[in-house]
Design a protein around this ligand. Sequence first.
Ligand code: SF4
Length: 456
Amino acid sequence: MKKNSSSSPSIGQAVYLVSLGCSKNLVDTEVIAGVLLTSGRTLAFDPDEADLYIINTCAFIPAARSEAQSAIEEALEWKSEKPERIVVVAGCLTEWDKSGDYRKKYPEIDLWTGVNDVDTIAALLDKQSALANSEKPIWLYDHTTPRLLLTVPHMAYLKIADGCDNCCSYCAIPGIRGALRSRNIASVVAEAKNLVSAGVKELLIIAQDITAFGTDRIADGENIVDLLKELDAIPGDFVIRLLYTHPAHYSDEFIDFMARTDTKVLPYLDIPLQHINDRILSAMGRKVTKSQTVELLKKLRKKIKDLTIRTTFITGFPGETEEEFEELVEFMKTQNFERCGVFPYSPEPGTPAAKMPNQIPEQIAENRAKKLMTLQKKIMKKANRDWIGREVCMLIDEVDGKVAIGRSMMDAPEIDNRIFLPNAKKIKVGNFCRVRITDADSYEYIAEQVTALKST
Ligand code: SF4
């Protein structure tokens, strides 16, 4: 990186940002954007108008790392046109690359920053550090950190914690993002109030495991229910959606709170179950058994009215026999999850599962994932068609001519189903309205408008 003697921001005035990976990483990208704007830089929506190109990477699985590599190569091609252009690789890939292989492979990258450097990236650029610090990830943003929302303005992710202490045997996250660190409730609530007053209608509560919120700060006595009660008390016409819970961390207090129908928290739970066979659950380090899982699901269905459950499963975990996989198939047939994703297992270097015997060939893991998804598609089609004729509340995400596209309260953005509303009248993006479902398949609904505008 070339030196510049000016004391004002010297490196990269117009920034092109690429955010890869999950919503948790998106929040980091939003903080990077906020910090760079505060430092006097501007955001460019076209790389040709930028002189600084930042890729906030994901490194969770091999596919994420390949995507990051493609993004890096695209940025280096951009840099090759004008060598004074600056490329920064930020986030999880920097943390994952403990051996330095990626740094060696791409020596033209000007700066590698990690999970600790999200809010100091402007300062690092000004200092022109060759490499950001490599301490263990401990950083966590708060309500005072600059942040520029990059989602549509009526929804925002609210990251209540980072890192994870669960250490599931297949997962690289604790190594990449560090140990669990929860924000304090006052900070989360202050940020939520700002977001609501800025027009946010859907707050999406995220962390690696939101049900572990506060367990790293037992002395403070704050848990997820305390947080939800305070978020619910914020005045305004908005809803709260919870993503990423852990089945071993459901308390009766949490279930009872979710069972209330007088709060802004939607009856929607994202519970990654990953498998159901006891031997595999134990090898995965999930700290929950089949019978505990079945009991939990029964209790949730009984107590929480109109509950939507989203889950994920992993197929082809080391040693998964045909019988153990069939046990998972049977479980899915009995549970009828409203929303579900299935992923073939892939060994993550450095994790205990990668060293386990009896690794399953990739093709078998993929075939099993396909079989489960085919089953799930049928389950969802039937469940979705059961909604035909019923009214739901819809949040409008976009309007394209006369067609409004949005989601019911059963659906999270990006991952779940969408509703198409032809002939929409007097509807704006970010509005709630009542609609009646007229048709449905596995992933989409068609609806007709019942009212122009209605609150939740
Ligand atoms: S709960 Fe398990 S799978 Fe999820 S981030 Fe933590 S270690 Fe990874």
